[in-house]
Every structure is written in C-alpha cells, then in structure tokens.
Design a protein around this ligand. Structure first.
Ligand SMILES: Cc1cc2nc3c(=O)[nH]c(=O)nc-3n(C[C@H](O)[C@H](O)[C@H](O)COP(=O)(O)OP(=O)(O)OC[C@H]3O[C@@H](n4cnc5c(N)ncnc54)[C@H](O)[C@@H]3O)c2cc1C
Length: 405
C-alpha cells in the first residue's frame, strides 16, 4: 500500500504547527486547517519548555529562533507562604535549562518556520465532520467546504472535535477546580534573581514568579472556583473584580501580596479553567489520529503540556515516515507515547489533588512541606526521565521499537 502523501492537520496551535513541520521533514505534505479566522499572534500567557520539549523542537529546526524568543530558567526555588526559600533546584546535570516563553512567541516562531517551509495554513475552517474510506479521509467544515487527504490529524486542542469523531464516547476534559491568572509587577517591587523561577506554597493556593528582563516581575497564580470558565468567559468579568479576589486569597502570603498590591487590573491575564484530559481510550481510527492536548493534556501544573505535545507530533511523523499503512503507524505511535504521557498526567493530578484538599489537610501539608522538601526532594529522580527523553529521528521505527516502548 502507498505511503501517506497528504495529511490534513486540524488545528494550527502548538501541536498542529509542529506536526506539519515534522511531516514536512518526513517528506509528507500537510495542510493545516484552523478554525480562527486569522493567526493567533499575541494570544496567551507564558509557558515553560522543558529540555525534552526543547530537544524535540530542535528536530523541526526552530531551536535558534526559540532561543532568541525565550529566557533560560537556570534555577527553580520552592518557598513557603512567608516567601522563605525552602530548597532550590539548579537543573539536572548534563541537561540544558528549561526556558520560559510567551505562548505567542512560541507560536510566532513555529508559524514562521511553517511559512518558510511552504506549508499551507487555511484560516476560518472549523472542522465539523469527517468520513473515512479504505483509501482516505474527507473533512467537512462549518462553511460547507470539504477537503480530502490520505489521513486526518486532530491537533484541535483539549475540546477536540476529532476525538469525538473517532470515538463518540470519548471522555471530556476534567476541571481541576482552579482558574488561572497571570500578571506583572514593577521590577523594583522586589529583588528577584535573573533566571530563577520561584514556586510558593501559599496558604490557600500556589503562586509562581520570575523576572523578565524586558517586562519586570511576572507572576502566575490560581483561584479556586466552583465552575470552570473558558478564557473568554473569565475575561468578561471585570479584571478589577478578579484582582480583588486574588488579593483576598493571597492576603497572608508573601511575596504574592506585595505583587498583587502593585498589580494593575488592565494587565491581569485570565487564562481560564485549568483542565486536564483523563486517559483517552481510542487514540486513532484507520485514517484519523490525535496529537497534543486533544489526546493528552496534563494539567498546567505539570509544566509539560506543550513539551509533550511537541514530542508526540515528532514521534507521529516518524511513524508515518517509516510505516506505510496509516493504522499501523498510528498504533505504533500510540505504543510509543501512551505510557509516558499518562504517567506525566497522573503525576500532575497528584499535585492538583493536594492543592484542592480541605483546610486541615492543607494546613498539615503546609507544616510538613519544609521537612518533606529537605528529606525527599530529589530533582534528578523526579524529573530525570521526563526531562531526559530524546527522540532519535534518524533511527527507523519498526514494530520492535514500538513493542519495547
Ligand atoms: C494556564 C496554562 C499554563 C500552561 N503552562 C504550560 C507550561 O508551563 N508548560 C507546558 O509545556 N505547557 C503548558 N500549558 C499547556 C500548553 O499550552 C498546551 O499543552 C499546548 O499549547 C497544547 O497545544 P495544542 O496545539 O495541542 O492545543 P491548542 O493550543 O489548544 O491548539 C488547538 C488549535 O486547534 C484549533 N481548533 C479547535 N477546534 C477546531 C476545529 N474544530 N477545527 C479547526 N481548528 C480547531 C484551535 O483554534 C487552536 O488553534 C499551559 C496551559 C495553560 C492553559
């Protein structure tokens, strides 16, 4: 049977753009269909790219541009609610530092690479249906148009339509009970060492901050909220009200209180509900497959969503390059990826359940945290396998590699 020639990639976010670049490298033509009417320049908050994600991005040739657009985080510090640093993590020996990047900058870098590779991105195309035959797949869009290809790749995010087309009983995303927020404070609000991201175990919620050379102090926090709100819904509520609630929540915590006192409401960024995907039973059909948040979104506390999405896109392209029958390539890809991404999501879920625990458990955890960090915090053990994952692009994928995964 002929190898895949043309892939329809649904969604032009981080996973979709990386997917198209990796397919291009594998000699497979891709067309991206994005529901938004235009590019997403300037949209979104910051995210952390771990060494595993950076290494996968290098394989699609965007490493130099990304280095210029991001900032290294050479040290991570854990602090208690008074702001006292309990422990620091200087990275894992032999691995490059993680980097913090604005989602819009990562998007811009990937988008420029896609353009340079001559890959078509068609905007204003919301996928609403798809039908498969033995030879290919036909995608139907909300504007009545259709597109045909050999395969269809769902890179359409956590609310994926493709996931439902593959399996109408597929699970929905799970709300972790928190809404995400980010903001800034003037550089002189506090002395923050360059290249250090600090995570504060606040009395009621987690808080993080770092110094951006151009912007001053950047911070992120989360607010417990009964109902999940999308980013758009959260932004409909006046930012001053959110800021008031954040100030009350972090009232006893330092340096959150200092930063929030100086924060101005029109700079507050609401990122919406923190959600995660439970394990997805069906990753693919004969001609359709999922990648990125559509199939494995760990919660944002993992700091791995984008890195894992990028890894998956590169691995899927490798499988399609080497295995001529799409369903075989998809099955091999799932075997290479499922355990890794589900373990990362399960670890993040444990962190979230601690965050969402009741007042007594929280107070106890708060008291024990310094001791636990001193005695048991072993970064190489905790993050070594996650951050150390490398893809050997040149090695050909065969069933043996997949069955060992
Ligand atoms: C607050 C927050 C903080 C985070 N922090 C980190 C971090 O520190 N580190 C990290 O690695 N990750 C982080 N993440 C996760 C990371 O942002 C995502 O994992 C990553 O962006 C996933 O990319 P994606 O392309 O799969 O999905 P998305 O970025 O959601 O892209 C999906 C695209 O598909 C389009 N689309 C949707 N439906 C359709 C349709 N029917 N037809 C056509 N197009 C469609 C959408 O418009 C969108 O452009 C964070 C996420 C959040 C919310």
């Amino acid at each position: 049977m002929a190898k895949v020639n043309h892939a329809l990639v649904i969604g032009g976010g981080i996973a979709g753009l990386t997917m198209a670049l990796a397919l291009h490298k594998a000699g497979i033509r891709a067309t991206i269909y994005e529901s938004y009417p235009s590019t997403a320049d300037g949209v979104g908050a910051s995210l952390m790219l771990a060494p595993n994600g950076l290494s996968a991005l290098k394989l699609v040739g965007v490493d130099a541009a990304l280095l210029a657009a991001s900032q290294p985080i050479t040290r991570m510090a854990m602090a208690d609610s008074r702001g006292k640093v309990l422990t620091v993590f200087d990275g894992i020996e032999g691995m490059p530092p993680s980097r913090v990047v604005w989602r819009s900058d990562l998007y811009r870098v990937l988008r420029a690479a896609v353009e340079a590779a001559g890959i078509r991105v068609i905007y204003g195309k919301r996928l609403v249906g798809a039908s498969e035959t033995a030879d290919g797949v036909s995608a139907q869009f909300g504007d009545g148009s259709v597109a045909d290809g050999d395969i269809l790749i769902g890179a359409d995010g956590i609310r994926s339509t493709v996931r439902e087309l593959i399996d109408p009983c597929a699970p929905a995303p799970r709300y972790t009970g928190f809404l995400g927020f980010g903001g800034g404070a003037p550089p002189d609000a506090m002395q923050v060492p360059a290249g250090c991201m600090t995570f504060v175990f606040g009395k009621h919620a987690f808080f993080g901050y770092w110094a951006d050379p151009g912007l001053g102090i950047c911070w992120f926090g989360s607010l417990p909220h009964e109902t999940p709100l999308t980013m758009e819904e959260a932004r409909k509520m006046p930012a001053a009200q959110w800021l008031g609630r954040l100030r009350a929540l972090y009232g006893d915590d330092q340096p959150a209180q200092t930063f929030l006192r100086q924060a101005v409401s029109d700079q507050l960024v609401a990122t919406g509900a923190s959600e995660m995907m439970p394990p997805v039973p069906r990753w693919h059909s004969q001609r359709m497959v999922l990648v990125g948040d559509a199939v494995h979104a760990p919660s944002s506390s993992s700091g791995q969503g984008a890195s894992l999405a990028i890894e998956s896109a590169v691995q899927l392209a490798r499988c399609l390059r080497d295995l001529p029958v799409p369903a075989d390539a998809f099955a091999c890809y799932e075997r290479l990826r499922r355990a890794r991404v589900e373990n990362a999501a399960a670890d993040a879920a444990k962190v979230n359940s601690r965050k969402a625990s009741g007042p007594f458990a929280k107070a106890l955890a708060h008291m024990l945290m310094p001791i636990a960090l001193k005695c048991f915090f072993n970064p190489a053990k905790m993050f070594g396998a996650l951050h150390g994952y490398r893809i050997d692009w040149d090695a050909s994928v065969d069933q043996t590699e997949a069955s060992r995964a």
